[in-house]
Each structure stands twice: as C-alpha cells, then as structure tokens.
Design a protein around this ligand. Structure first.
Ligand code: NAP
Length: 246
C-alpha cells in the first residue's frame, strides 16, 4: 500500500481533463479522493469508478466552486465521511478568450467568479480546516508569463491566484502546510482544444522545444510530486509545466 493511505485529497473540477487525471493519480498514490465537479455527474462517477477499480477510494461531490456555501458543504461532507482533509487541489477553471476591447461583463464576471473567487472559496476553507502537514496546489497558467493577446481576463484571474498562493504559504506558518501553484502550458483538454483550428493547435504544440502538447498525465505528475512526500520542501512557488515554452 502507498505511503499516502489515510490521507484525504479534494480535487476541484475532477470530472474531466487535467482534474480527472489528478484524481486518478492521487487515488493510485493512496489518497482518498473527493472528485468535485460542477455539472458532469456521470463523468465524475466514471472517475470514481476508475479509482476504485485501481484499488483506491473515492467519492464524487457536486459543488460549484464559485458558491461559498456549496464549498463549505463539500468540506463538511469530506470531514464527516473521512475524518479530515489533507490536500486541496484547486484545479476547477474556465477560459473565455477575447480581445479586451470586446470582453462583455458576463464573461468577465464568470471568469472572476470561478477562477478567482472559486479558488478563494476553497482556500478559505482549507486555511481553516487542513490538517497539519497538508498541501494546497492551486492552478495558474503559463499565459501569466507569456501574456498573449486575448487572454487579459483569464490570465488576470490566474495572476491573482499566483499572488494568493505566495501569501497563503506564509499565513500557514507553524502548521507544516505548503501552498504552491502549477502553471501548465497548452494541455490537450476541452478547455484548450475547443474552438481552435488544427493549424493553431499544431502551432501551439510546437511552441515549446519538446514540440508537443502537454497531457493531463504530465500535469498530474507535477501535482502528485507537490502533494506527496518528495514535495515537502517546495513552498510558496509557481511551477510552470509547459515543455519549456516559457
Ligand atoms: P476542462 O477540461 O475544461 O475541465 C474543467 C473542469 O473544471 C471540469 O471538471 C469542470 O466540471 C470543472 N469546473 C468548471 N467550472 C466549475 C465550477 N464552477 N465548479 C466546480 N468545477 C468546475 O479544463 P482543464 O484544461 O482540465 O483545466 C484545468 C485547470 O488547468 C484550469 O484551472 C485551467 O485554467 C488550467 N490550465 C489549463 C491549461 C490547458 O491548456 N488545458 C493550461 C493552463 C492552465 P464539469 O465537467 O462538471 O463542468
């Protein structure tokens, strides 16, 4: 059995994409996994089944991360079912791209609500409740460094997440809790692929010297490192995982 047995991890946005790969990986590493989702109940149940088939323990938990009450309820449920929470992976996010001049209010508000307020909602609960030795892994993006056109609002939400990451790592002093962020580059999921031409996808895949897109498993490996025993000494950092794009 893995070294992480008895530890509990909440992974937000774990029904699809990178979050699903993280949930499966942490399940293999021995964590009991809370597979959070917003709307994709069937996909979340599939992830739970895969974790169980691999010998792990998991439960699906619906909660819109932008809803503070729903997030509190998800932490309550995890604590009641499993006795506590050790790891929070703040993976849930959306990306709506447009030149700044054309961004409408609804698109701005939604990205702030899910990417920034959603991350804050779960961080606040984690700050209150995470057990000693806990880990927080937030999600930024390499576009914070690249600053490409059309990413102003999305990258703005992620820059704020990076800032909260550093500050919260200091606020956890005395509890042996680390707080880091992972900042992927282009990764083959719905969020990245939807709405892009094959030509654009190919160009972005070649933008790093390894000349391919990231996979959800590439990113899950980085999260597993930060969540596991080898990551103990990394704290308050942003790890860009992008094949060397920036
Ligand atoms: P994805 O394939 O679109 O999956 C998004 C996940 O987030 C889904 O499980 C979705 O749940 C969940 N979600 C969305 N809104 C939610 C909400 N309000 N409450 C709870 N869950 C919610 O995205 P992804 O590519 O895996 O992205 C994961 C993270 O990596 C995001 O934070 C993203 O910004 C970041 N990232 C991705 C890339 C990339 O190239 N893919 C690059 C850099 C950073 P439902 O299925 O229920 O809707």
């Amino acid at each position: 059995m893995s070294v992480e047995s008895n530890k509990v991890a909440i992974v937000t946005g774990a029904s699809r994409g990178i979050g699903a790969a993280i949930a499966e990986r942490l399940g293999k590493d021995g964590f009991t996994v809370v597979v959070n989702y917003a709307g994709s109940a069937a996909s979340a149940e599939d992830v739970v089944r895969k974790i169980e088939q691999a010998g792990g323990k998991a439960v699906a938990a619906q909660a819109d991360v932008s809803d503070a009450e729903a997030v509190r309820h998800m932490f309550d449920t995890a604590e009641t079912a499993f006795g506590g929470v050790d790891v929070l992976v703040n993976n849930a996010g959306i990306m709506l791209l447009s030149p700044l001049v054309n961004v409408d209010d609804a698109s701005f508000d939604r990205q702030i609500a899910i990417n920034l307020k959603g991350t804050f909602n779960t961080l606040r609960e984690a700050a209150k409740r995470l057990r000693e030795g806990g880990r927080v892994i937030n999600f930024s993006s390499s576009v914070v460094g690249l600053k490409p056109e059309s990413y102003a609002v999305y990258a703005g939400t992620k820059a704020a997440v990076e800032t909260m990451t550093g500050i919260m790592s200091k606020e956890m002093r005395g509890r042996k809790i680390t707080v880091n962020a992972v900042a992927p580059g282009p990764t083959a999921t719905d969020l990245f692929l939807n709405g892009k031409s094959d030509e654009l996808i190919d160009r972005l895949a070649k933008a790093n010297p390894l000349e391919r897109l990231g996979t959800p498993d590439d990113i899950a490996s980085v999260v597993a490192f930060l969540a596991g025993p080898d990551g103990t000494w990394v704290n308050g950092q942003v790890l860009r995982a992008n094949g060397g794009m920036i």
